[in-house]
Design a protein around this ligand. Structure first.
Ligand code: 28F
Length: 642
C-alpha cells in the first residue's frame, strides 16, 4: 500500500475548509440549487472567458451542453497560467480552481472583471459543486490538463500534448446530489449569451445543445455592441429617429449608453453593472434619468421648443417611448434589493449624471433633427398627460355634482332604469328635433350633436376630453372615460348612434365609434353601442301602405314581392332618403326608433387591436374604406327587444 505523505500546507487546509463551506451551504455561493443556480454555474465559467475578452486576449467563447448535461466552455484567450507557484507548489490554474475567490480580484492588468463581486464567486465554487471538473489549457506550446472531483484535485496538472494555440477549455458535470435538477434550459442560456455578446462589443459567443435529436445552435457577435442591442430591442417598433444615440466615457467608472425612441408609449431602460443585468435598477439608473430630464428640458428651452410660460417636461413624458441600455463597470459594486440586482454605490449617480449631461447635450446640439423628433414626442406626451389629468378632474368634479352633470342639449327619458333606457345620439339639430318629437319619452333620450366633431385619431387626449362636442356624450353616458370609465355607471343600456347614411353620417358614426373604442371601450365590448339604421328608400302608391327599404337588396326583394302580387314597379313611387331630416317625426319613429320595426346594428368588435388599426385606417382621409368598414364590421341584427 503506497504511503501517502500528507503534507497538508496551509493552502491545502484553506482549500478543504473552503470546499467544505461551499458544499455545506451552496445557496450562499451560487444563489440557489434550483435551475437558476445551475445556470449560474455556467455563467461563472463563461464570465472568466469574458474577462479574458475584456482584457483584450479572447475573441471567441464556445459553450456546449453535451449529452448527460455535461457543460463545456472554451475560450481562445491566453490560457490560465500553468507555472508552479514557488511557495505553494501548485499552479496558478489549480489555485484559480481550488481557492475561493482566487480569480475574482479586481483591477489588475485588465481593469475590470465581470466575474467579481457578489455575483462572481469564481471558478472554485463551480468546481466544489461539480461531480467532476476537467480543465484543459493550451499555452506556452503545450496542452495541460487537470481534473477535480467535488472540488478536490483528482489529477494534478500535467502536460498531455503539444499545441501552438492558446486558450482554456473547462468541462464539468454539476453535482446532482446538490442541484435539484441538471436540466439546463437552452433558451435561458441562449438569451443570456446574446445579452453578454451585446455588452461585449466584438466578442463571438456560440452555444450548442447536443442533447436533443437535432442539436440546437446559435452564435452571437455584435460589432455594434450596445447600438446593436437597442436595435435588437426595437426591431418590431416604429423608430422616431433612424440610428440609436450612442455615448460612452472611459474613466474611474466606465459608462456606455445607447438610446433610441420609438412611437410606442412604453419605457424600456435596461441597466447593467459589470455585465450583470441590474433589473432592480439603482444609482446608475437614477443618474441616467436625472440627466435625461435635465438635458431635454434645457434643449427645449434653449431652442424655444418649450415656451417660457409652459411647465417643464416631466421625467415620464421624456421617457415615453424610450429604449435605452446603460452599462457601467464598477470596481467594488454593492448590490442591494430582493434579488441583489440593484446597484447601491452612491458615487455612481453623479458619475453617470454628469457624463450624460455632458455627452447627451453635445449630441443633441450636433443632431438637431434627432432632438426635434424626440422633443415633439415628449411635448405631445406632456400635453396628453396634462389633458388627461384635467379631464379626470373635470369628470370627477362633474360626477361629484350629480345634479348638473347632464348636458343642456340632452332630452332625457323619464325612466331611470338603465337597462330599459336608450339614448339616441343624433347628428344635427333638425333630426334631433324630429327624434325628440317622435320618440317614446319613457325610455328614449335624445342627444343632438351638431356639426362635425374633431377627428379623435389625429388629436391627443387633450383635445378629446376638452372638446365641447364630446363632453355632452361623456356626461350623458355618465360613466367617466379612459381609466376612470365604470361600466356599472352607464345611464342607458343602449347608446344608439343615429346619423345619415351619407358620407357625413358615416364620418360622425366612425368618429363616435373611435371615441368609444378608445375612451369607453367596455361600452363596445359589453355590446351597449348600436347604429340606428334609417331607411334608404320608401316605396309608395295611392291606396297602399308606405313600404320602407333599408338596403339596396331590400329594395329589390320588395319590388319582386310586389310584382308577384301583380303590382308592377312602374306603378310605384320611390323616395330615396338623403338624410334623417327628410322624415317627419312620425316616420322617423316608425322606421328608425320603434322597437317593433327598427333595425339596430350592434357594434361588436372581437379583435380590439385589429379594430384599432382599422380605426386608424378609417381616420385617414379617404372615406371609402370607412364605409366598407361600417358595412363589413357592423353586424345587422333585427332589434332584439320585442
Ligand atoms: C472557459 C473559461 O477561465 N479563461 C481564463 C485566463 C487567463 C489568465 C488568468 C484566466 C491572474 C491571477 C487570476 C493568462 N495570462 N475560461 C477561462 N483565462 N485567468 S481564466 O489568469 C489568472 C488570473 O489570478 C491570464 C496572463 N494573465 C492572466
Amino acid at each position: 500500500m503506497e504511503k501517502y505523505d500528507h503534507k497538508y500546507g496551509a493552502e491545502q487546509i484553506q482549500v478543504l475548509e473552503g470546499l467544505e463551506a461551499v458544499r455545506k451551504r451552496p445557496g450562499m455561493y451560487i444563489g440557489s440549487t434550483s435551475v437558476r443556480g445551475l445556470h449560474h454555474m455556467v455563467y461563472e465559467i463563461v464570465d472568466n472567458g469574458v474577462d479574458e475578452a475584456l482584457a483584450g486576449y479572447c475573441t471567441e467563447i464556445n459553450v456546449v451542453i453535451e449529452p448527460g448535461n455535461i457543460i463545456s466552455v472554451r475560450d481562445n484567450g491566453r490560457g490560465i497560467p500553468v507555472e508552479i507557484h514557488p511557495k505553494t507548489h501548485i499552479s496558478t490554474a489549480e489555485t484559480v480552481y481550488t481557492v475561493l475567490h482566487a480569480g475574482g480580484k479586481f483591477g489588475g492588468d485588465s481593469g475590470y472583471k465581470v466575474s467579481g463581486g457578489l455575483h462572481g464567486v469564481g471558478a472554485s465554487v463551480v468546481n466544489a459543486l461539480s461531480a467532476w471538473t476537467e480543465v484543459t489549457i493550451e499555452r506556452d506550446g503545450g496542452i495541460y490538463q487537470m481534473t477535480f472531483e467535488k472540488g478536490k484535485t483528482a489529477k494534478k496538472l500535467e502536460k498531455i500534448g503539444e499545441s501552438k494555440k492558446t486558450g482554456t477549455l473547462v468541462r464539468f458535470l454539476a453535482d446532482d446530489t446538490i442541484f435539484e435538477s441538471l436540466d439546463y434550459e437552452y433558451e435561458v442560456l441562449e438569451k443570456r449569451f446574446r445579452e453578454i455578446a451585446f455588452l461585449t462589443k466584438g466578442l463571438k459567443i456560440t452555444i450548442e445543445d447536443q442533447r436533443p435529436e437535432t442539436p440546437l445552435k446559435a452564435e452571437f457577435c455584435y460589432e455594434g455592441g450596445l447600438i446593436s442591442f437597442v436595435e435588437y430591442l426595437n426591431k418590431n417598433k416604429d423608430k422616431i429617429h433612424p440610428k440609436p444615440i450612442y455615448i460612452e466615457r472611459a474613466g474611474e467608472v466606465p459608462v456606455e449608453i445607447a438610446i433610441q425612441y420609438t412611437t410606442s408609449y412604453s419605457e424600456n431602460i435596461y441597466t447593467f453593472v459589470n455585465n450583470i443585468n441590474t433589473v432592480e435598477g439603482g444609482t446608475h439608473l437614477e443618474g441616467f434619468k436625472r440627466a435625461l430630464t435635465k438635458v431635454f428640458n434645457d434643449y427645449a428651452r434653449n431652442h424655444n421648443i418649450l415656451k417660457e410660460k409652459e411647465n417643464n417636461l416631466q421625467g415620464e413624458d421624456i421617457r415615453e417611448g424610450i429604449t435605452a441600455v446603460v452599462s457601467v463597470k464598477v470596481k467594488e459594486p454593492q448590490f442591494e434589493g430582493q434579488t441583489k440586482t440593484k446597484l447601491g454605490n452612491s458615487e455612481v449617480t453623479g458619475v453617470v449624471q454628469s457624463m450624460v449631461n455632458d455627452a447627451l447635450s453635445t449630441f443633441l446640439e450636433e443632431n438637431p433633427q434627432v432632438a426635434k423628433a424626440i422633443l415633439e414626442k415628449c411635448i405631445s406626451a406632456s400635453r396628453a398627460r396634462e389633458a388627461a389629468r384635467k379631464a379626470r378632474e373635470l369628470v370627477r368634479k362633474k360626477s361629484a355634482l350629480e345634479t348638473s352633470t347632464l348636458p343642456g342639449k340632452l332630452a332625457d327619458c323619464s325612466s331611470k332604469n338603465a337597462d330599459e333606457c336608450e339614448v339616441y345620439i343624433v347628428e344635427g339639430d333638425s333630426a334631433g328635433g324630429s327624434a325628440k318629437q317622435g320618440r317614446d319619452r319613457k325610455f328614449q333620450a335624445i342627444l343632438p350633436l351638431w356639426g362635425k366633431m374633431l377627428n379623435v385619431e389625429k388629436s391627443r387626449a387633450d383635445k378629446i376630453y376638452n372638446n365641447d362636442k364630446l363632453q355632452p356624450v361623456i356626461l350623458a353616458v355618465g360613466a367617466g372615460i379612459g381609466a376612470d370609465f365604470d361600466i356599472t355607471k352607464i345611464r342607458y343600456g343602449k347608446v344608439i348612434i343615429m346619423a345619415d347614411a351619407d358620407v357625413d353620417g358615416a364620418h360622425i358614426r366612425t368618429l363616435l365609434l373611435t371615441f368609444f373604442f378608445r375612451y369607453m371601450r367596455p361600452l363596445i365590448e359589453n355590446g351597449n353601442v348600436f347604429l340606428a339604421q334609417p331607411p334608404l328608400f320608401k316605396i309608395y302608391k295611392k291606396g297602399m301602405e308606405d313600404i320602407y327599404c333599408y338596403t339596396e337588396e331590400d329594395l329589390d326583394k320588395t319590388y319582386k314581392e310586389l310584382e308577384e302580387k301583380g303590382i308592377d314597379r312602374s306603378t310605384l313611387g320611390l323616395q330615396r332618403y338623403k338624410g334623417l331630416g327628410e322624415m317627419n317625426p312620425e316616420q322617423l319613429w316608425e322606421t328608425t326608433m320603434d322597437p317593433e320595426n327598427r333595425i339596430l346594428v350592434k357594434v361588436t368588435m372581437d379583435d380590439a387591436i385589429k379594430a384599432d388599426e382599422i380605426f386608424t385606417l378609417l381616420m385617414g382621409d379617404e372615406v371609402e374604406p370607412r364605409r366598407e368598414f361600417i358595412e363589413k364590421n357592423a353586424k345587422y341584427v333585427k332589434n332584439l327587444d320585442i
